[in-house]
Each structure stands twice: as C-alpha cells, then as structure tokens.
Design a protein around this ligand. Structure first.
Ligand SMILES: C[S@@+](CC[C@H](N)C(=O)[O-])C[C@H]1O[C@@H](n2cnc3c(N)ncnc32)[C@H](O)[C@@H]1O
Length: 257
C-alpha cells in the first residue's frame, strides 16, 4: 500500500492531516481572513487534499485560493471535492514543490499547516511565506512543539530529535523574533490529539480486519499497532501542535528565545 492510499484510510472522517476539529479550522480561517471577510486570496503551501482552501471558499463566496502540493493524488481528490462543492472555478491546484515558487499577485492569507518540513522548518517557512503576502495579510502556520520534555521513547516514536521543536513559549518567541506577531492561535487540545490518533490507528486497524484476504492486510494491522504503541507509550501528551495566525511586523522584533 503506498503512503497516500494509507493516508486515505487513516484520515477518513477527520477534517485535515493534523489534530484540529472543524470548529478550530473555521476559527483559524476567520482570524486569518478577518480583514477580508467575504473575499480574499489564499495560498496553501503543502495543501494536501486542500481542505483549508476548500473550507475557506465554501464559507466565502468572493474568495479565491491556490493550493500547492507535490502529491498529485491528493490534488486530484481536492479537484473532485471542489467540483462537488461548486467552488472549482475559484480554486487553482498546482502539483509542484512549494519551495522556490514565485507569484504575480499577493495573497491575503498564506497557509502552511503540518508541512513546514518542506521548507526546512518553522522559521524558513515563515521567511518563504513573507514574499507572497499582501500588506496586512496573515500567515497561518501549523507546527509541533514540546508539551513536555521528550524522553527517548517519544523521540523514537516520532523519529525526531529534541532540537526539532521548542516548547510553546520558545516557539512563539522565535516567531516574534523573526518579525511576526501572533494575532490568533489555536493549541490543539488533548481531545483533538486523541481523536486524531484514534481515527488514524482505528481506521487502519478496521481496514485490516475488514480486508483479511488483501495482500496488505497484515502490514496494515502491524502499522496500526506500532503507531498506536508509539503514541500511547511515546509521544501522547509530549508532542503538541499549535496553529498560529501571524501578521508581519516591521522591523522584526527581537525578544530572545
Ligand atoms: C501533514 S500533510 C498536511 C496537509 C495539509 N496542509 C493539511 O493541513 O491537511 C503535509 C503535506 O505536505 C506536502 N509536501 C511535502 N513536501 C512538500 C513540498 N516540497 N512542496 C509541496 N508540498 C509538500 C505533502 O505531500 C503533504 O500533502
């Protein structure tokens, strides 16, 4: 089973590829497009199935959006969903790496949620998001942070290093020092995390049980069990996720961190 086929199974019934509810997603979009309540141009870097743009376009009849991702299958899903929702004429999908692209017109909101690895981390992502941002526009960035100091079990489960993230305060201080001001933020709750992980592991386990004769069934069951163990014995309550809505400050504010 390729990773996208597995993604479609693991993420069934969950809005995005991260621990946020539909309500949280709507709150973040409202905050990011508060200055353009009915319209606005939105760019989603590493959009996956483009759920953020799809929600923005559905709620705002005058809005337009561009989604960029390297995964053509995810974009094909997004195109079908856009047609179903009647917003296809306002959504442009580009199959490309989000790094190094240039844009003719500025965007009122630039999003990169759960895809900062594409740019080499949080601060390089923010640097890349600055160029296409219209004056007064917002960047939405979704990133992990350490809720608690990670022990070796958590790091092993995440295949991460301690330096990959800071704690929440340090993460926000780094963002501010890089020239950004948070105007809204959503810290995923333990309930949002648990829902995300139960769906991920439960959907895959259910698929394996429902397809016992499929050649990938045993591997899927093993993956579900290993992921569940890595979460429950490793990073549950250790890895956090914050979605920040940011405005650029000029000049950058230096606050340490
Ligand atoms: C965890 S998913 C997040 C998807 C989406 N932002 C969401 O919130 O549901 C990360 C996405 O980043 C995409 N990605 C990774 N590297 C990329 C790159 N260099 N350019 C564009 N997309 C990339 C992956 O294909 C994947 O769809």
């Amino acid at each position: 089973m390729d990773s996208y086929a597995r993604h479609l199974i693991t993420h069934a019934g969950h809005p995005i590829a991260g621990p946020l509810t539909e309500a949280a997603l709507a709150d973040v979009l409202d905050a990011a497009l508060a200055h353009r309540p009915d319209a606005g141009r939105l760019l989603d870097l590493g959009c996956g199935q483009a759920v953020w743009p799809l929600r923005a376009l559905t709620a705002r009849p005058g809005a337009r959006a561009v989604g960029v991702d390297v995964n053509g299958a995810a974009l094909a899903w997004a195109a079908e969903e856009a047609a179903r929702l009647g917003v296809a004429d306002r959504l442009e999908l580009r199959e490309a790496s989000a790094t190094g692209l240039t844009w003719d017109e500025p965007f009122d909101a630039v999003l990169c949620v759960g895809a900062t690895h594409a740019f080499g981390g949080l601060l390089p992502t923010l640097a890349a998001a600055r160029a296409p941002l219209a004056p007064g526009g917002c960047v939405v960035v979704g990133e992990g942070f350490w809720e608690r100091d990670p022990d070796p079990a958590a790091l092993a489960a995440l295949e991460a290093a301690r330096e990959d993230y800071g704690d929440l305060a340090t993460t926000v201080e780094r963002v501010v020092a890089a020239g950004w001001e948070p105007v809204y933020g959503h810290v995923s709750t333990p309930g949002e995390w648990d829902d995300y992980e139960w769906r991920w592991t439960g959907n895959l386990a259910r698929w394996a049980l429902d397809h016992p004769d499929h050649p990938d069934a045993a591997a899927a069951a093993e993956t579900a069990a290993a992921h569940r163990a890595g979460w429950l014995r490793g990073y549950r309550g250790v890895l956090g996720f914050v979605t920040l809505v940011l405005r650029a400050t000029c000049p950058p504010v230096r606050t340490g961190g």
